[in-house]
Write a protein that binds this ligand. Structure first.
Ligand code: HEM
Length: 256
């Protein structure tokens, strides 16, 4: 009955408003924080290729449990990707509540933003647009990681990027995910106020500076790594599908 009253009146039967929007907002922030921190780690992981093929090989085996398993298990990576995918879907579903759906809503938002000239409102629009693009770009990548976790390594990843044309998808995804994650983390610091103390104006300015520096840093890192995979994939194209043999185990055998 109370559900019915709230459904029609927008208020609960005791006259109070539901806490559900605040609860959903909190979960949007929590899932966003997990994904934002994951992406920072992920960008360092993929850019291990800048240190050489052996470094990337060793790291990919580490994620397959090489430290505690006799035989590395790519299923661990698929499981991790599955968990990230679920968090990604929950985060997207929660964030969708705030999208302007109708033309009128969009027009109001645009006018409001132009009128205020407020950078944070513009940043919110950047987040909505990049988040929308990630529905598609992020899902394609995550599904690949779940379906073929064994195909991660210096040659396997480079073959996917160059010969299988995933490089184009990643070129777009890098820009979208870095903007989305860094703007998102900045907005979290402002929304929940945990880095804003006595002087909110100066703290906002400082946090925004860190955000732009992080966008620049991770873009350089991401695109340098992508260019390296691209080059390896180009050179490796005649041997497409062949797996990398690390220097240390070339005599005993090993692959990725
Ligand atoms: C556990 C989940 C994930 C795993 C195991 C994973 C793994 C990888 C791997 C191995 C690469 C290297 C290229 C390749 O082999 O195809 C890569 C690249 C990339 N991934 Fe992920 N990824 C995951 C989640 C995500 C998520 C959630 C995003 C963002 C929505 C993302 C964005 C990217 C981007 C932008 C690149 C290109 C990076 C570059 O070239 O610098 N990944 N990922």
């Amino acid at each position: 009955m109370s559900d019915l009253i709230e459904g029609y009146m927008g208020k609960r039967d005791d006259g109070t408003k539901s806490r559900m929007p605040a609860y959903l907002d909190r979960w949007q922030s929590i899932t966003g924080l997990i994904l934002g921190l994951f992406i920072i780690g992920h960008m360092f992981f993929t850019s291990s290729i800048l240190l050489g093929k052996d470094a990337m090989y060793a790291e990919s085996k580490l994620f397959e449990g090489s430290l505690f398993l006799e035989e590395p298990e790519p299923g661990i990576v698929a499981l991790a990707a599955g968990i990230i995918f679920i968090i990604f879907i929950v985060h997207a579903a929660l964030a969708m509540r705030k999208f302007p759906y109708k033309y009128r809503e969009y027009k109001m938002l645009k006018t409001h933003s132009a009128h205020l000239g407020h950078t944070d409102t513009i940043l919110w629009m950047v987040q909505a647009a990049t988040g929308f693009a990630m529905f598609f770009l992020g899902s394609a990548h995550l599904w690949m990681m779940i379906a073929e976790p064994e195909k991660i390594g210096p040659y396997a990843s480079a073959d996917r990027i160059y010969t299988d044309n995933f490089g184009y998808l990643y070129a777009a995804l890098i820009a979208m995910v870095i903007l989305h994650a860094m703007v998102g983390l900045y907005r979290l610091t402002m929304k929940w106020g945990f880095t804003v103390q006595k002087n909110p104006r100066a703290d906002r300015k400082r946090n925004k500076k860190i955000m732009w520096a992080a966008i620049l840093f991770f873009s350089l890192l991401g695109y340098s790594a992508l260019a390296t995979y691209w080059k390896i994939g180009q050179e490796h194209q005649p041997n497409y599908g062949e797996r990398y043999q690390p220097q240390s185990v070339q005599s005993t055998g090993g692959d990725s």
